[in-house]
Design a protein around this ligand. Structure first.
Ligand SMILES: [Zn+2]
Ligand SMILES: [Zn+2]
Length: 338
């Protein structure tokens, strides 16, 4: 079978490898679609701090496929079934696993610390396969993983009907927060810099959009909330300096959720946070949220189809990497297929 392997930093090449075989409790899937994300580039470039997140590595942790072979004792999926891969492999035994929280001390990530989806067939523990109905496209199924990450952060706050939610960053994360907040009956104010993305946000339910290149976000948020500020603020832009502004746009005793991952250290006014009695919360990882993510998609409460802007063949990987690196404006998510 064909494998697209990151063999050394910045070098990615095709290899011919033997077909995997499903051992006990494992399955082999035929890979249908793989989403390409910044994490893949970080591993490819050897930028990750973790020792085992380095090339040589087969990239890809956003994976959909069809079950090709099941090993002994596998009961949760059948051959021919469509699935999405939960890339987080946890031991089930350690302190964190027993508590049911993120942080397994023996945890591995498929496509990070172990080989991922950029191969024709992939062997995984059966428990990491989550069935998806055929009504969800293979491309959309491949990006359930980022949506499952959003759900982890979203679950940390409670949003009630009539609440106002401000979301910074109309990328996949921000636009998932938009849909989830609307489902709770909130008024959503979406902040960004690109009109096209903000338009898509409107289509997905945002009530008010603010392009900070042309408008003052703080004025608009205060105006929309009788001067109080939002009940909940989701930072999904990855620009850490937004956190300080978020404190002004959020009401006293409101919550700020940091989701977008910034680079470097962030300055913010901790005194302001404390005196306003605000909660600053973070959330990461698709931890135990895949089932809920699939259910929300199946019910049509969240749609991901609009986010897959580019579908490419595996052999166009170089082109896709270039686009992701250059943050090509029209690119939201590129998905690779064989
Ligand atoms: Zn990812
Ligand atoms: Zn564990």
């Amino acid at each position: 079978m064909k494998v697209l392997a990151a063999v050394s930093p910045n070098k990615i090449t095709f290899q011919e490898r033997e077909m995997p075989a499903a051992g006990e409790g494992q399955i082999v899937i035929k890979v249908e679609a793989v989403g390409v994300c910044q994490t893949d580039l970080d591993v490819l470039e050897g930028k990750r701090r973790e020792k085992d997140w380095q090339p040589p590595r087969v990239l890809g942790h956003e994976i959909s496929g069809v079950v090709y072979e099941t090993g002994k004792g596998v009961k949760n999926v059948k051959t021919g079934q469509s699935i999405v891969v939960n890339p987080v492999m946890s031991c089930g035994e350690c302190f964190y696993c027993k508590k049911g929280i993120l942080g397994c001390v023996n945890g591995r990530l498929i496509g990070g610390s172990t080989d991922g989806g950029m191969q024709e067939y992939l062997c995984i523990p059966a428990e990491n396969a989550v069935p998806v109905p055929d009504s969800i496209s293979k491309e959309a199924a491949a990006i359930i993983e980022p949506f499952a990450c959003v759900l982890t952060a979203f679950r940390k706050v409670t949003i009630s009907p009539g609440d106002t939610v401000v979301i910074a960053g109309p990328g996949i994360g921000g636009l998932c927060f938009t849909q989830l907040s609307k489902n709770c009956g909130a008024k959503v104010i979406l902040i960004g810099t690109r009109d096209e993305r903000l338009e898509l946000g409107k289509k997905l339910g945002a009530d008010v959009t603010v392009n900070i290149r042309k408008e003052n976000a703080l004025d608009i948020v205060l105006n929309e909330t009788n001067g109080f500020g939002a009940d909940v603020f989701f930072e999904a832009s990855g620009n850490g300096s937004v956190i300080d502004e978020a404190m002004d746009m959020t009401r006293g005793s409101g919550s700020i959720v940091a989701y977008g991952i910034p680079f470097g250290l962030i300055d913010f006014d901790l005194q302001k946070l404390i005196l306003k009695d605000q909660a600053l919360i973070s959330g990461a990882g698709p931890w135990q949220t895949f089932d809920e993510a699939v259910k929300l998609l199946e019910e049509g409460k969240v749609v991901l189809n609009d986010f897959v802007t580019h579908v490419h063949k595996m052999d166009e990987i170089e082109e896709v990497i270039k686009m992701v690196k250059e943050r090509q404006p029209k690119l939201m998510k590129a998905v690779l297929k064989w």
